[in-house]
Design a protein around this ligand. Structure first.
Ligand SMILES: Cc1cc2nc3c(=O)[nH]c(=O)nc-3n(C[C@H](O)[C@H](O)[C@H](O)COP(=O)(O)O)c2cc1C
Length: 141
């Protein structure tokens, strides 16, 4: 497992499968991940490959599929790589870990979505069965 932030020039040639995952910060996947995908598009398409996105909007049942998650749809429009497998996972809210500004902003976003604004709340929305299923699909690719 490699962080694109720490190793943007990681060599993909020696891997059989490449799974790229990214979380959402203020409506966007990191530009680093978009740059990485654009730079490696040719080799990505030659490998078995998958992409997953983690965000809290995916806690909503009508936004937890690649076809229905707005961040995933927006992401796919920004790149020409077409991942063979796509997944969207609901992430975690961890107010105590956020700085003052982030806590305030995310509480506001959650308030708009009628969800937890308790500044001490740590809420994991992840459906781990769904993650396991994704792992199974990857291992069978
Ligand atoms: C500063 C910040 C901004 C976020 N903005 C969004 C957002 O706009 N939409 C969303 O659905 N989730 C948002 N999230 C939720 C994250 O995608 C979620 O917490 C995810 O689990 C983070 O995973 P990571 O800590 O591995 O990056 C945000 C989280 C943080 C900390």
């Amino acid at each position: 497992m490699v962080s694109v932030q720490n190793e943007p020039n990681v060599e993909l040639a020696s891997f059989d499968k490449v799974v790229i995952g990214a979380s959402i910060r203020y409506g966007k996947h990191s530009p680093l991940i978009i740059d990485f995908i654009k730079k490696n598009e040719k080799i990505l398409t030659e490998k078995q490959n998958a992409f997953f996105s983690v965000n809290v909007v995916a806690r909503k049942p009508n936004k937890n599929q690649p076809e229905t998650n707005p961040y995933m749809q927006n992401f796919l429009k920004q790149i020409s790589w077409q991942p063979k497998v796509l997944a969207v996972f609901a992430g975690k809210l961890d107010y105590p870990r956020y700085n003052f500004f982030d806590r305030l902003a995310i509480r506001f976003i959650m308030f708009m979505g009628n969800d937890s604004t308790n500044p001490k709340a740590v809420v994991e929305f992840t459906d781990w069965q769904q993650v396991e299923e994704f792992g199974r699909v990857i291992s069978e690719m």
